[in-house]
Design a protein around this ligand. Structure first.
Ligand SMILES: CC(=O)/C=C/C=C(C)/C=C/C1=C(C)CCCC1(C)C
Ligand SMILES: CC(/C=C/C=O)=C\C=C\C=O
Ligand code: FE2
Length: 563
């Protein structure tokens, strides 16, 4: 089968124009009742979250309880909730606080992730397939309010209405019900119309205050209200750059939204930037891939003050796999060690490539940060770029199948990972280096889901926060504060718990890099869930705010300061 048309639509060029349509702002239409009303769930579990002595919170009450699709085989009786679907479409209420939330912590933490992994009795395969669930934790004067809500993407709405998968997710492909539908599905493949807009990867606050849920498909950029979590509609890129996919992790600052558009036809990446307050991306420059047959997967990338660091890893997109109905071991990707691994550096001022070096093979989802190295005369000699690196082993993708996450809890099944530190010379030398920035034993050889103090984006920095491992485990199960100068880590761990990405919030007026708190949402071994607040310096718990129910695992978050 010729894949030319599909390829063309995956090409990031000035044509064809983006598909533009707006999502309805209606929040109704999710008619099916859930198994239990949320009241029932709360009554059944009340003992488990009754306020502890030191609590200052108010008992949570389900203030909204709309009925979504049925919510599947969820065991309420004391099991980790991380890998089970969210029980209902939305909830909001007060959380019970143990400990003292700093009074300066005023604002909203939002976290997005794939929280619904089945439609009726059809269970999805992979962690990344789930329909997006946004969780909101609002801090005010030591009190904590929370809510969660499903993002109303076209993919989610269609699944709820038709009670079956309707769009291509990370690993799931809709099964046509009839020959006519099959013909339609083949046709829509070529236009990209069958790709999901399920924005389940992250949530970002643009400099102008708009909040977007994102995934790797461009059509999966969806604006939400950070207070109500209501889906406001599709975010429409008002330019003619085309393309279907982008990096799931743009670099977002007060002034811009910077991202990469992989080009699958002429393997490469467009580096594009969108000024705050606009919807129009403009091309900063282009990176041509040095290996093939397709660009490397770019889930994320890095920037320094003057440069964009574009990775080209040997885990590459595969057009053939994109078109297949059945998943392959590496899903939409292929491992091409023979094609080489590279790091490219583009000047932000000119869009020109100032370095392109070969590096040892690597596998990463997440870059942590990057900065410029200078000599005594202040000349820039090279770039340091850090990432969560999986020892050039793609098996992490397989581990993230839900079946594995659910069944290997007692096995030491988590492959080793490290803080991979690239050194990229800017003096024309053809090779860069890749080494562990600290002994991976410091964080149990688990390493992913990282964040930094955003003030240090692109600058020389000392601290990174991430999930590490206390083995045996089948998934990162600690929160770890990495000191890149001392090459040491401080670890937080609770038996049987799965914490999500630690998110750093600086104390207003802070001058030290780690002066602030680290927030993470934890699923505990009893099936409960809480928002954890750690002291940024000591990395010790200062408060936890308990949800009245266990939450599914989530991926990435952002902070929305109070207006
Ligand atoms: C949740 C996460 O981290 C990654 C999600 C990735 C997704 C949803 C990727 C989706 C894709 C398709 C549906 C087809 C095109 C390729 C690709 C971008 C992998
Ligand atoms: C959750 C994860 C990896 C965990 C293993 O170390 C990766 C998530 C990637 C997408 O955001
Ligand atoms: Fe990610």
């Amino acid at each position: 089968m010729s894949s030319f048309s599909f390829l063309s639509s995956l090409q990031s060029t000035a044509s064809p124009p983006n598909c533009r349509f707006h999502m309805s702002t209606s929040s109704s239409g999710f008619g099916r009742p859930s198994f239990d009303s949320f009241d029932t769930i709360c009554r059944r579990r009340r003992r488990a979250w009754e306020p502890a002595k030191a609590s200052v919170g108010v008992e949570p009450r389900p203030t909204v309880s709309v009925g979504p699709a049925e919510t599947g085989p969820v065991d309420c009786g004391g099991k980790l909730a991380a890998w089970t679907s969210v029980r209902q479409e939305r909830w909001e209420g007060k959380l019970v606080v143990e400990g003292d939330v700093p009074l300066w912590l005023n604002g909203t933490y939002l976290r997005n992730g794939p929280g619904l992994w089945h439609i009726d009795d059809y269970n999805f395969r992979h962690l990344f397939d789930g329909y997006a669930t946004v969780v909101r934790v609002y801090f005010e004067q030591g009190r904590v309010m929370a809510s969660h809500r499903q993002v109303e993407s076209e993919a989610y709405k269609a699944a709820m209405k038709k009670r079956r998968l309707c769009y291509r997710e990370f690993s799931e492909v809709p099964k046509p019900a009839s020959f006519l539908e099959y013909v339609g599905e083949v046709a829509s493949l070529f236009s990209g119309a069958s790709l999901t807009d399920n924005s389940n990867t992250g949530v970002v606050r643009l400099g102008d205050g708009r909040v977007l849920c994102l995934t790797e498909t461009i059509k999966g950029s969806i604006q939400i209200d950070p207070d109500t979590l209501e889906t406001l509609g599709k975010f429409v890129y008002e330019d003619n750059l085309g393309g279907l996919i982008h990096s799931a992790h743009p670099i977002v600052t007060e002034s811009e939204f910077l991202t990469l558009l992989p080009d699958l036809v002429r393997p490469g990446y467009l580096v594009v930037t969108m000024a705050s307050g606009t919807n129009e991306r403009r091309v900063m420059g282009r990176v041509n891939c040095r290996g093939g047959p397709a660009p490397g997967w770019v889930h994320s990338f890095a920037v320094t003050e003057r440069y964009v660091v574009v990775p080209e890893m040997p885990l590459r997109y595969c057009v053939h796999n994109l078109l297949r109905a059945e998943p392959t071991p590496l899903y939409k990707f292929e491992w091409h060690p023979e094609s080489g691994s590279y790091m490219h550096v583009m000047s932000r001022a000119t869009g020109k490539i100032v370095a392109s070096v070969e590096v040892p093979p690597y596998v990463t989802f997440h870059f942590i940060n990057a900065y410029e190295e200078v000599d005594e005369d202040g000349r820039i000699t090279g770039i340091v770029a850090d990432c969560c690196e999986h020892n050039a082993d793609t098996s992490i993708l397989e581990l993230l199948r839900l079946q594995n996450l659910r069944s290997f809890a007692d096995h030491d099944a988590l492959p080793d990972a490290r803080v991979g530190r690239f050194r990229i010379p800017l003096d024309g030398r053809p090779r860069g280096e890749l080494h562990a920035a600290l002994d991976p034993e410091e964080h149990g050889r688990g390493m992913d889901m990282c964040s930094i103090n955003p003030v240090y984006l692109g600058k020389k920095y000392r601290y990174a926060y991430a999930c590490g491992a206390k083995r045996p485990c089948n998934f990162p199960n600690t929160l770890t504060k990495i000191d890149l100068v001392e090459r040491k880590a401080k670890n937080w761990y609770e038996d049987g718990a799965v914490p999500s990405e630690p998110f750093f919030v600086a104390r207003p007026g802070a001058t030290e890099e780690d002066d602030g708190v680290v927030i993470s949402i934890v699923s505990d071994k009893n099936g409960e869930g809480y928002a954890l607040v750690l002291d940024g310096v000591t990395f010790e718990e200062i408060a936890r705010a308990k949800f009245p129910y266990g939450l599914p695992y989530g991926l990435h978050g952002c902070w929305v300061p109070n207006k």
